[in-house]
Design a protein around this ligand. Sequence first.
Ligand code: IPM
Ligand code: MN
Length: 374
Amino acid sequence: MIYKVPVIPGDGIGPEIIAEGKKVLEAAAEKHGFGIEWIEYPLGADHYLRTGELVSEETLKELGRYRAIYLGAIGDPRVKPGVLEKGILLAMRFYFDQYINLRPVKLLEGVWTPLRDKGPKDIDFVVVRENTEDFYIGQGGRARSGRSHANLEVKRALYNVKFGLDIDSDSDEIAYQIGMVSREGCTRVIKYAFDLAMQRRKHVSSVDKANVLSDIYGFWREIFEDVRKGYPEVTTDFNFVDAITMWFVKNPEWFDVVVAPNMFGDIITDLGAMIQGGLGLAPGANLNPEGTSMFEPIHGSAPKYRGMNKINPIATIWAGAMLLEHLGEKQAARDIVKAIELNLREGKVRTYDLGGSSTTSDVGDEIARLVRSV
Ligand code: IPM
Ligand code: MN
């Protein structure tokens, strides 16, 4: 069996961490008697600056022929924020309708957490982030620029005196952005969270801000209540997003599966990454169970570390394990996670973020060696 897997190393440290991920996945494949054929796609800042193209319809169509894409990181300081992120990363999440963003928050043995008195048995939950709706739909705009006023002169004089502000005809300008959630979008991701909880400790926590953004998140909450009727064995709780940041820090052991709308899910998973030992250890999967999924570390492209062989590749290696699991290679995936655990427990070969002085490729070599021996 040979799996064909498109790989997008991307920007910044992307190529370095993907190289280690490929190394470890190949070791696991060899051990378990299957092959992986990587199909490289050089998308990212360099490609964009050279050609003006982000990702073409044709490339998307081609990528859509595969079940799983392996992605490094997208983002580069030479390009205005948002261009590459929206034009490549979000474009792919949306095009492939990867409606689940699965982000395990698990503290492994031997890893330091900033939460005092909490250990691996306390920090072991999964965030299921909605990945195609909410404030990520890109609907917004600006208005009221260049409006003239009957009393502009008066206002100008007044504001100048009162606030020392120079008032021009753009002073009324506004910007807005809207979020939306759909019944279908909420139902499918919340259902996924409940199904996942059935295989775990049978608890689902919902995240919203229904006390203020009641239209959008009141709807989310209603659908959560509908879905949970189908899972009488699963216990649930509701959390306002501000409060859940507090509970992640104070009582992470309460959580099993946490389901969140897109933007809140984005925010709370950076916090999740920190309590599991740092961004270098946090993997993620963008899933469309019926289509093309994509596996990536949750961290960005860390451009200032580019080419230094310094950054921690574990998040990417772990995301690679999730990719193999998705393809059905469960034993190979388990071996990779076991090898990561062993590496961290031994604590000898570590990158700087975990207090070590090993390089990116040292860690990749070591985990690949451990995969062969576990
Ligand atoms: C993430 C990132 C992305 C997001 C950005 C880069 C578009 O922060 O994967 O969490 O907001 O989803
Ligand atoms: Mn993020």
